[in-house]
Every structure is written in C-alpha cells, then in structure tokens.
Design a protein around this ligand. Structure first.
Ligand code: UTP
Length: 278
C-alpha cells in the first residue's frame, strides 16, 4: 500500500519572475487556493496522506501554509468568514507533513533523491504541483495511478498526447500499447527536438516510483542541462524491469507557464470555485 507522496518544490520558478522573487511558485493561487494545496488534496484523496516536501531556500511560506495559524484561527472562529478555512483545515486534519531541503538545484532527479530520507524503502507518489490536474466528480489522477500500482506493482508515469511543436518541453516515451491507456515503456527521452521524439506521448508531473529508483538515481550522471534527470533514471528502470505509462482521465494545466496558469484560473473559476468557500 502506498502511503507517501513526495512534492519537489525547490525550483526557482523563473518563468514567473518577479512574482516568484520572494514567493514560492507553488504558492501562486489558482483563484483562491495555492497550487501546492491542489496537489496535496489530490494526494490525500488517493490515500497518500504522508506528505513529504522537498523544499529549498525562500520556501518557508509553504511550510507555514501547512501549519496551524493560531492568530488567524482565533480571529476568524465563529465569524461568517470561517468557511474560507474549510479546505485547508481538512488538509491539515487528514495529512501529516514532513520536510527536507534540497541545498543545490541539481534537477528533478536530484530533488527526488533528496527525498529518500523521508520516503525510505517503499513505493511512493510524486506530484509536481505546477501541473494542476483535475477530474471533477471522478477519481483524481493520483487515485487512478494508485489503482494501477496495486495491480502491476511497478513504477508508473502519467502521460498525455501533446502537439509535436510543444514536444521539446517534455520527457517523451515510446512503448508497447497494453490497451486501456497503458503502455509498457521501451524508450524515454528528456526534452527531445520534434524530429528526435519517439512519439507525441509526453510525461506530466505525476509519478508512482518504486524505491529502487533511489539507487538508480545515485548512479545517474547529470544529463540534459547538467541536471540529474528523473527521465534518465526511469529509462534505466524500464530496461532493468518495468515502467508503465498511463494516459490519465481528466485535464492537466501547465501552471509553470503563464498561458497554462491563466487557462487553469479561468477553468477553476468557471467550473470548480465556489464563492464563500475556501
Ligand atoms: P521546473 O523546471 O518546471 O521548475 O521543474 P522551475 O525550475 O521551478 O521553473 P522555471 O523553469 O524556473 O520557471 C519541475 C518541478 O521540479 C522541481 C520544481 O520545483 C518543479 O516543481 N524542482 C526542479 C526541484 O524541486 N528541484 C530542482 O532542482 C529542479
């Protein structure tokens, strides 16, 4: 059974400067809720209630967000504004929170390896909260992936089809189609040029990883951009055993980019947000 979910939240968020100069990208709100809280809610809904945050310098606001603010609680208790705290109170009562720091930004693979001390020797989820995933009224993406993990017991990456002109922003897979949106990964490339991409199936920010990934990451040399790439480690895992890719149900917004962030804001405002509810 998977209990833990890792949130690498140490990145600089340069695409959102100057907003992210002193505020973590993951605290940018989609309407009235920070991005990272959407991710944590998706994790808890999937039964992954132990939240492991890999943070960095300047990310204290994230730690404070997942803690009780006694002053605020005291101020708002019994007033008409109390409903604004509903969702964060639920998250705090259901989840437990652990933190460690990534001291140097050496890439997503390195951030995940930094989380080893929090995860230990068990399979775990990974959510990149700048990818906002929604599937209103149905299982969230992490819950869908947990069901698959319980059946197949190997690492799983979430994928979606993207236009070839955007493919070089993503890790891209090629694999054997097993039906039902599942592929057995045969090839995986980080941010390929369109002409070198093995398919149009792009990896997005949801993973379930088996703990052997840590040893593989330790032995993975820096790849693209001099960073330790999770994609390279997953390719090794696929060659040694099995990695599945899953075309999830629902929608995903790239909130690490300004257009994706605006699209998500409009979608959530029109379809999910309820006035007077936090
Ligand atoms: P990104 O490259 O999309 O995020 O990394 P970024 O670096 O924060 O954004 P830009 O490109 O400068 O605007 C994907 C995810 O991996 C985390 C980021 O926080 C983000 O959630 N990450 C990346 C780390 O935690 N550590 C790293 O060394 C690199």
């Amino acid at each position: 059974m998977i209990r833990k979910c890792l949130f690498p939240v140490a990145g600089y968020g340069t695409r959102f400067l100057p907003a992210t100069k002193s505020m973590p990208k993951e605290m940018l709100p989609i309407v009235n809720k920070p991005l990272v809280q959407y991710g944590v809610e998706e994790s808890i809904e999937a039964g992954l209630k132990q939240i492991a945050l890999v943070t960095g310098r300047g990310k204290r606001a994230i730690a404070d967000h997942f803690d009780i603010s006694f002053e605020l609680e005291n101020q708002i208790a019994g007033t008409s504004k109390e409903s604004y705290l509903t969702s964060i109170r639920k998250v705090l009562s259901e989840g437990t929170f652990m933190m460690t720091r990534q001291r140097e930004m050496k890439g997503l693979g390195h951030a995940i390896l930094t989380g080893e001390s929090l995860v230990g020797n068990e399979a775990f989820g990974v959510i990149l909260s700048d990818d906002l995933c929604v599937n209103p009224g149905e299982d969230g993406v992490m819950a869908q992936m947990v069901k698959l993990y319980n059946q197949f017991r190997c690492s799983i990456v979430a994928i979606q089809e993207v236009p070839m002109e955007n493919i070089e922003k993503y890790g891209v897979i090629a694999g054997d189609d097993m039906g039902g949106g599942l592929y057995r990964v045969k090839d995986m490339v980080e941010k390929p040029k369109a002409e070198d991409a093995p398919s149009n199936l792009a990896v997005i920010g949801r993973y379930i990883l088996t703990p052997d990934i840590f040893d593989i990451l330790r032995d993975t040399p820096p790849g693209k951009n001099g960073e330790i790439q999770l994609t390279d480690a997953l390719m090794t895992q696929a060659q040694n055993g099995c990695v599945l890719a899953y075309k999830f149900q629902g929608r995903r917004f790239d909130c690490g980019s300004v257009p994706g962030f605006i699209e998500a804001t409009n979608y959530v405002y029109e379809n999910i947000y309820q006035d007077g509810q936090g």
